[in-house]
Write a protein that binds this ligand. Structure first.
Ligand code: DGY
Length: 323
C-alpha cells in the first residue's frame, strides 16, 4: 500500500525529519520559508497529513479551500490558537498538538525571563559589551531581589505549575494564581499555591505576574490599561504564553508611566514584529519565541507529532486529538 503523503510546513529537528522521510511519503520545506495562504491550501489539497507549526495561520480562509485531501493536521506545538478548530472540524480534519513534552523547557525560559528582567541581565550585558563598565561600585545597576517574593500566575496548567515549582522550591517564592478552570488539588501538591478569585486579585498582590493562559478570543488583551493600573509599581510582567494576551501599546504606556517596573517577553502581539518602543526600553527583556527551543524538546515535540499521525493512519485515536 502507498505510504500516506505528508507535507511539513517548516524545517524540523533533523532526526524527526529523517523519521518522517523513512515512514511516509514526506515533502519537506527545504528552504524553511513561511508558507503563504495559497501554499497552505495547496498542501491541504495534495497531502494526507499536513504538519504545521504555531507560526502557520490555519484560519477559515485556508481551510475553506475546495477539494481538501488531508485528513489530519498534526501541529508541532502545544498552543493551537493559530488553527481555527471549528473550520478544521467542518473540513473533516482531525487536529492534534504536542502537550507535556515542552512543559519543563518553557517553564525554564519563563524563569529565565523573570530573573533576567529583575536582575537587569540584558541591560548589564549590553552595558559591558558597549565598553561602558567602569568597575564595581555599591550603587551600580541595582536590580530587584526575586527570592521570597510573590509570583502571580494567570492560568494554572502544566507550564504554570512547572514555573510555580521552580519558583517555590528554587527561590522560596509565594505562589498565587487565577485559573477559571483550576487544577485538581493533587496537581497542586507541594506548591502551597493560593487560588485568587479573579485575575485582578493576582495583579494587585503579585510582585511578578507570569502569563500561562491560552491565546485566542477569551484572553485577547486580558492585560491592558486596567490590569497595569492594578499592578504594583515595582511589579514585573512575564509572558511566555501568547503575545496577544497583552495589549502591547498599553504595556508601552504602563512602562513609560512607571505603572510597572519591567517586562520579560518571549511572545508578541504581531510576531515577528515587535512594538518599536519596546526595543528602546532597558527594563524589558525580549526573546524571539524561544520557550521550547532546545534540541531535546524540539525533537520530542516532533516525535510526538509522528506518534499522533501514525496512530491516526493506523485507525487509532491520536493521544493529542483536539478535534
Ligand atoms: C507552543 O508550542 O505553543 C509554543 O509557543 C512553541 O513551542
Amino acid at each position: 500500500m502507498a505510504k500516506p503523503r505528508v507535507i511539513v510546513t517548516r524545517r524540523w529537528h533533523g532526526d524527526v525529519e529523517q523519521l518522517l522521510v523513512d515512514r511516509f511519503d514526506t515533502r519537506l520545506n527545504e528552504d524553511d520559508h513561511p508558507m503563504s495562504t495559497a501554499e497552505l491550501q495547496r498542501a491541504l489539497q495534495n497531502a494526507d497529513a499536513v504538519l504545521p507549526t504555531v507560526s502557520d495561520k490555519i484560519d477559515a480562509e485556508v481551510l475553506g479551500v475546495d477539494n481538501i485531501r488531508a485528513k489530519i493536521l498534526g501541529s508541532n506545538g502545544v498552543g493551537f490558537n493559530h488553527i481555527d478548530l471549528e473550520a478544521a472540524k467542518a473540513a473533516g480534519l482531525v487536529v492534534t498538538n504536542t502537550p507535556e513534552v515542552l512543559t519543563d523547557c518553557t517553564a525554564d525560559l519563563a524563569m529565565a525571563l523573570l530573573l533576567a528582567v529583575a536582575r537587569r541581565v540584558g541591560e548589564g550585558e549590553r552595558h559591558l559589551r558597549a565598553g561602558e563598565w567602569t568597575g564595581w561600585r555599591p550603587t551600580h545597576m541595582m536590580g530587584t531581589s526575586v527570592t521570597g517574593k510573590t509570583l502571580g500566575l494567570i492560568g494554572m496548567g502544566r507550564i504554570a505549575r512547572a514555573v510555580a515549582a521552580r519558583a517555590a522550591h528554587g527561590f522560596n517564592m509565594k505562589i498565587i494564581f487565577h485559573d477559571p478552570f483550576p487544577p485538581r488539588a493533587e496537581d497542586l501538591a507541594g506548591l502551597d499555591a493560593i487560588a485568587c478569585e479573579s485575575p485582578q486579585e493576582v495583579f494587585e498582590r503579585a510582585d511578578f505576574v507570569s502569563l500561562h493562559c491560552p491565546g485566542g478570543k477569551e484572553t485577547y488583551h486580558l492585560i491592558g490599561p486596567e490590569a497595569f493600573k492594578s499592578m504594583k509599581p515595582g511589579a514585573f510582567l512575564i509572558n511566555s504564553a501568547r503575545g496577544d494576551v497583552i495589549d502591547e501599546a498599553a504595556l508601552v504606556e504602563a512602562l513609560g508611566a512607571g505603572e510597572i517596573a519591567g517586562a520579560g517577553l518571549d511572545v508578541f502581539e504581531k510576531e515577528p514584529q515587535v512594538t518599536p518602543a519596546l526595543l528602546k526600553m532597558e527594563n524589558v527583556v525580549l526573546l524571539p519565541h524561544l520557550g521550547s527551543a532546545t534540541q531535546e524538546t524540539r525533537k520530542a515535540m516532533g516525535m510526538r507529532v509522528v506518534e499522533n499521525i501514525e496512530a491516526f493512519f493506523n485507525g487509532e485515536t491520536p493521544r493529542d486529538r483536539l478535534v
